[in-house]
Design a protein around this ligand. Structure first.
Ligand SMILES: C[S@@+](CC[C@H](N)C(=O)[O-])C[C@H]1O[C@@H](n2cnc3c(N)ncnc32)[C@H](O)[C@@H]1O
Ligand SMILES: O=C(O)C(=O)C[C@]1(C(=O)O)C=C[C@@H](O)C=C1
Length: 253
């Protein structure tokens, strides 16, 4: 299995974006976020450093010869590179899509630094518009949560329709819980995870309020129901740490 922990030099920039007191602004994937993103996501998402190498393992298992792999919301390409290293050498192609120019620009560098023969097609466009066909493995690694909830079914249905029988969607999301008590406990533990990774109370609370209107988490039951409505079956959670989960959803064979 490949070591994805050090994708390249810019990965070292420290995330201090919310360290000083500032007026509330919605979170955006702009150039300042792209610059610190590897540090930000590693210190903010419990399990991210486990999920990335497992995307390679899952891709290796389910990628079908002659099909396409898609990484939707690829950011700097951590999940794209994991897929690349799990692809068989049998006529497969890999596409990474993100609508942030700043992310795609940096992603190109990371892809170029990764010494691997399989070309990666990078598209700077909305995943709601991107063409998807003949897919066997598609990854949405912490991306669906940023899509308008009213358009999530349409996107998942398009992915399901474009996926070959036996193919899979890897869907990682921040979730919310039906029980208020569980929601409070898991949120507290997530914030303690951030604190243990060096974020201050001010950083945690300012980021939380910046994400409030932008990252819309749903319950596991809502995800399951929608994935099934979209045409997937055998929806299973393969990873959970606090309020962050990753699921597999299969296209019936
Ligand atoms: C949390 S990051 C994904 C992290 C990445 N998959 C990884 O594993 O490192 C979410 C990404 O989704 C992108 N994004 C959000 N909504 C999008 C949309 N509608 N179309 C394309 N990209 C989108 C953002 O620009 C951002 O780079
Ligand atoms: O929920 C939070 O507090 C986060 O910081 C999570 C999260 C994510 O899940 O994508 C939000 C924005 C950044 O992309 C990095 C991490």
């Amino acid at each position: 299995m490949t070591d994805h922990r050090k994708p390249g030099k810019p990965a070292q920039a420290l995330d201090t974006l919310y360290a000083s007191d500032q007026p509330r602004q919605d979170f955006r994937f702009d150039a300042s976020v792209a610059r610190v993103f590897p540090d930000m996501i590693r210190r903010s998402v419990p399990g991210y450093t486990t999920i990335i190498p497992m995307i390679e393992v899952i891709t290796e298992q389910y990628m079908q010869p002659g099909s396409h792999g898609y990484d939707l919301g690829c950011s700097l390409g951590a999940s794209t590179l994991a897929m690349r290293h799990g692809m068989p050498d049998s006529g497969c192609t890999l596409v990474g899509v993100d609508n942030s120019d700043a992310m795609i620009e940096r992603c190109e560098h990371f892809i170029a630094l990764d010494d691997h023969p399989l070309p990666v097609e990078l598209r700077c466009e909305d995943i709601l518009d991107t063409a998807i066909e003949n897919a066997s493995v598609t990854t949405l690694n912490f991306t669906l949560q940023f899509v308008d909830p009213d358009r999530r079914l349409e996107l998942l249905s398009r992915i399901a329709n474009a996926t070959r029988p036996g193919g899979v969607l890897i869907l990682s999301e921040k979730i919310r819980f039906e029980s208020d008590a569980e929601q409070a406990t898991q949120t507290l533990l997530h914030h303690e995870f951030k604190r243990a990774n060096g974020y201050s109370g001010l950083e945690i609370s300012q980021k939380r309020s910046a994400l409030e209107q932008v990252l819309i988490p749903e319950t596991l039951a809502e995800h399951r129901k929608r994935l099934e409505q979209a045409g997937f079956h055998n929806v299973m959670v393969w990873y959970q740490c606090f309020n962050f989960i990753s699921m597999l959803a299969f296209k019936p064979a």
